[in-house]
Design a protein around this ligand. Structure first.
Ligand SMILES: N#Cc1c(-c2ccc3cc[nH]c3c2)n[nH]c1N
Length: 246
């Protein structure tokens, strides 16, 4: 997969050189290219923003640099990327979106700042490529870079070979499976006793069926406590299926 990121803060993406994503880039599994939007400005101050038409607070990102940047990054290529625009007003980004986007060969992320990017940029790009406005949550950030880091990690970890353990993807929270929409239950490792706190004995029993049943119960319990909204999505059929497995 190729991922292009256009931003005025390329250094924000240093974390993509680290850990499993860094290794995936080194191995060629993932091709991440960073682009400084100011490379497509032509004035002495490398201006990327201006005052909003209609008045109001803050500044808006000018369309010209974005248009030139997107033309340069996506033009003269044998294929067309999917353009992802992080924005508070976007569609909620979910694990299903991460799975879907992980199947795309080429993604371009446009990181806005200030009050956002002139809306004509997305409209113009949509004439040449699929464009998605996406939000990572109902809170306000200062720009699209943090959201892009989140989405790039959520997508990249699903690429074959990146995690190196297909099992862990399959057992993720929100991963499709027997009990969709449940969060992960508690996890433990050595020592068996720590500050007088014991690991649940079932996990030391060697009874894999009992361990599986305990983990499902704990996942249900934690979901009910922390994410009751997810439980409401579970149909009675899902719960019946769980009961049969307990
Ligand atoms: N995705 C996302 C976002 C943002 C966001 C994205 C882009 C810009 C550009 C200026 N301000 C921004 C905020 N805030 N909260 C989210 N969930």
């Amino acid at each position: 997969m190729r991922i292009d990121i256009i931003t005025i803060f390329p250094d924000y993406f240093a974390p993509l050189d680290l850990s499993l994503i860094g290794k995936a880039r080194t191995s060629g599994l993932l091709d991440v290219r960073l682009h400084d939007l100011r490379s497509w400005t032509h004035d002495r101050h490398n201006t990327v923003d201006d005052t909003p038409y209609g008045g109001g607070p803050g500044m808006v990102m000018k369309p010209e640099p974005w248009g030139e940047a997107l033309d340069a990054v996506t033009g003269n290529a044998p294929s067309v990327p999917r353009l992802i625009l992080p924005t508070p007003s976007g569609a909620p980004f979910t694990q299903a979106d991460a799975s879907r986007l992980a199947r795309e060969p080429w993604l371009v992320f446009a990181c806005g700042r200030y009050e956002g990017i002139d809306s004509r940029v997305a409209a113009d790009a949509a004439e040449r490529m699929p464009v998605e406005e996406v939000s990572i949550g109902d809170y306000v950030l200062n720009g699209g870079e943090s959201a892009t880091l989140v989405m790039v990690e959520a997508v990249s970890r699903l690429l074959p070979g990146v995690l190196g353990n297909a099992e862990s993807v399959a057992q993720d929270s929100f991963a499709p499976g027997a009990m969709d929409n449940l969060v992960e239950g508690p996890v433990y490792t050595k020592p068996a006793v720590w500050r007088d706190r014991e690991v649940p004995p079932v996990l030391l029993s060697g009874d894999h069926g009992a361990v599986d049943r305990w983990r499902r119960d704990e996942a249900l319990r934690k979901t009910a406590r922390n994410r009751p909204d997810l439980l409401r999505r579970l149909t009675s059929e899902d719960l019946d299926q769980h009961d049969r497995q307990v």
